[in-house]
Design a protein around this ligand. Structure first.
Ligand code: NAP
Length: 372
């Protein structure tokens, strides 16, 4: 008995020591967390860019920093327009907090540049680049897009912009339209004639998703609020459910694919509106003010467990921006099958206002930044 007591004492002591060491290491890592702010000298070849040294929209600043030079595999793009995604405010706020522990920066953002989606004109190309030449109009995704210049790798997420599409429209495509395309085509495997429900049909992803689902031949139901019913119908939705008047999870209709941009219903409610072989594709959800430690990832993790106990496929998808899918989307825009919906346009120095607007969670289509 005495031995057992001693063993328990030792185990408890060891656990306490481990907890203390973990806490101390976390504390030190938190205070050591830093970034490159204030370390660079005055730029020799300046460009304007949005920079943030600390988390929070109030800390976004338009500053002059060094203009990038393309490496052998990169192209230098003069940015003409960029677009805002919820992705951007996740980085601005550093939420859900688990992101910070996963390398985004515990106390301060490690990467002080912001923005991904861009469209612009190629100014120079690296010596290995054969796909693009100076003067080409391109669009795609590259970190630090809220700036006058970006240098994407020529083989990555960049493609030629169709001539009939404006820079603002092209800049709105990368994250939102690729997400919609991959969710419906790859994860949902939408077939002609299938019934597809899009929860959150009027936002950035949703406005692309309605049009892409239609072009895949689906019978599309969009869920949005009263003020967006006409917009979602105009994008081609066969049926529109106004969420302020009707709860789609209580309806009798069953869907082959449900694409969820909002995440405001439980997984069992969502399962309830699927056909026996239906697929639920979780894209995201949760507002800027209710992220907490895990944010929408909590639901994604729960879906991994939940789907093991039901016949339907239920899970989250993460978009993968790439050249081929951007080219498919460019072709769809050129042929008129896909038309970006632009809600508002801001200037580069108004990025904080644009982020605040998207954080409210009621954008109608995409919010873009025009860059002079
Ligand atoms: N997994 C990925 O790879 C990936 C990629 C892109 C985005 N995401 C995530 O997907 C989500 C959507 O992105 P987004 O760019 O479409 O966002 P967004 O443009 O900010 O979407 C806002 C839209 O959501 C609608 N909405 C709000 N509450 C709703 C409700 N209860 N029912 C139906 N619609 C509602 C709003 O319409 P009303 O004004 O009418 O309410 C608004 O049109 C975000 O959480 C984002 O982080 C994930």
């Amino acid at each position: 008995m005495k031995v057992l007591k001693r063993v328990l004492k030792w185990i408890t002591g060891a656990i306490l020591v481990l907890l203390l060491v973990g806490f101390l290491m976390g504390f030190i890592a938190y205070w050591r967390s830093t970034n490159d702010c204030g370390k660079a000298g005055a730029p020799t070849n300046p460009m304007k860019a949005i920079v943030y040294c600390d988390y929070g929209v109030a800390n976004l600043k338009l500053e002059e920093i060094e203009k990038p030079a393309p490496s052998d595999d990169q192209i230098l793009v003069r940015v003409r327009a960029a677009s805002i995604n919820p992705y951007d405010w996740h980085f601005v706020e550093g939420t859900p907090y688990v992101m910070r522990a996963m390398g985004v920066g515990l106390r301060k953002p490690k990467d002080t540049r912001l923005g991904v989606d861009f469209a612009g004109t190629v100014e120079a190309v690296g010596k290995n680049v054969t796909q693009f030449k100076p003067g080409d109009e391109v669009f795609g995704g590259r970190g630090g897009a809220f700036a006058q210049y970006v240098c994407p790798r020529a083989t990555r997420a960049v493609a030629l912009k169709p001539a009939n599409v404006s820079f603002e429209e092209a800049a709105s495509v990368n994250i939102a339209a690729i997400t919609a395309l991959q969710a419906l085509r790859d994860k949902g495997k939408v077939q002609p004639g299938q019934k597809v429900l899009i929860n959150g049909a009027s936002g950035g992803v949703g406005t692309f998703a309605v049009q892409i689902a239609k072009s895949l031949g689906a019978d599309v139901t969009g869920v949005c609020s009263t003020r967006n019913v006409d917009l979602v119908k105009s994008l081609g939705a066969d049926h529109v459910i106004d969420y302020t008047k009707e709860d789609f999870t209580k309806g009798a209709e069953r869907y082959d694919v449900m694409l969820d941009n909002v995440g405001n219903h439980s997984l069992s409610e969502c399962k309830g509106v699927l056909t026996p072989t239906g697929k639920y594709v979780l894209i995201g959800g949760g507002g800027a003010s209710d992220q907490g430690f895990l944010g929408g990832l909590g639901k994604a993790l729960w879906a991994m467990v939940f789907s093991k106990f039901v016949n339907q496929q239920m899970g989250m998808m993460m978009a993968d921006a790439n050249h081929n899918d951007l080219t498919i989307l460019a072709d769809m825009m050129q042929s008129g099958k896909l038309k970006p919906v632009i809600d508002r346009a801001y200037k580069l120095d108004q990025v904080p206002d644009a982020i605040r607007y998207v954080e409210e969670g009621h954008a109608r289509g995409k919010v873009v930044i025009s860059v002079d």
